[in-house]
Design a binder for this molecule. Structure first.
Ligand SMILES: [Zn+2]
Length: 209
């Protein structure tokens, strides 16, 4: 793959996850700091991480949770790129979230601190956060709260896309999907233990487990 093709491919992926105006610069950073970006299913414990190349694996990786909203995704990604940059400059000789990392995070974030990339309320809190960044964006309560406002409020899906055993909310009641019965889907209302047949195309709200 040529450099141009690589940039183009990275941009295609990034378009799904970060604000449009940040794509160009981030795709340059991926090449400059030479890491693989891996989009992961959601982990509760963290939003992202950085792993330096080690042993047989001769490349560094950054993983980010896929369902973060574009602003949380971008902040997390730049946080991890700052780890990558710091690792290249100092190896393991400095603290993970020490002075060197903080400085790099501040430098890298400068490219995105404008209203083309972030909404004004996020920008305001983000600037404060950057004065002395914590180990993660969600450890900063003020930043976390303002970012949360941009999460989609509910995860509405068609019942047919759930697996048997999965729980969901329908008209404010909690149900569990049992299985297909002819062309309908049998579910149990968990508060009453009563069973009901649903149309497969009814919209339900996913329950996080
Ligand atoms: Zn970190």
């Amino acid at each position: 793959m040529t450099r141009e093709q690589l940039i183009e491919r990275n941009k295609q992926v990034l378009r799904k996850y970060i604000p449009e105006k940040a794509i160009e610069r981030i795709s340059e950073m991926i090449l400059e700091y030479d890491f693989k970006l891996i989009i992961k299913g959601d982990r509760r414990s963290k939003w992202g991480d950085f792993r330096a190349s080690y042993g047989d694996r001769n490349y560094s990786t950054i993983t980010i949770n896929k369902s973060l909203n574009p602003y949380s995704f971008l902040i997390t990604l730049v946080h991890e790129i700052a780890h990558c940059k710091t690792y290249r400059e100092f190896g393991n000789k400095v603290d993970a979230h020490g002075r060197e990392w903080k400085k790099n995070f501040q430098i890298l974030m400068q490219h995105f601190l404008n209203t083309d990339v972030f909404p004004i309320d996020v920008l305001y809190v983000l600037r404060k956060h950057l004065q002395n960044p914590l180990a993660s964006a969600n450890a900063d309560v003020e930043l976390y709260k303002v970012l949360m406002n941009y999460d989609s409020k509910e995860k509405v899906v068609l019942l047919e896309y759930l697996s048997d055993g999965q729980k969901f909310i329908f008209e404010e009641n909690l149900y569990q999907r049992i299985g297909l019965v002819r062309k309908r889907i049998e579910c149990v209302q968990l508060s009453t233990n009563k069973k009901y047949l649903f149309s497969p195309i009814v919209e339900v709200e996913l329950v996080e487990e």
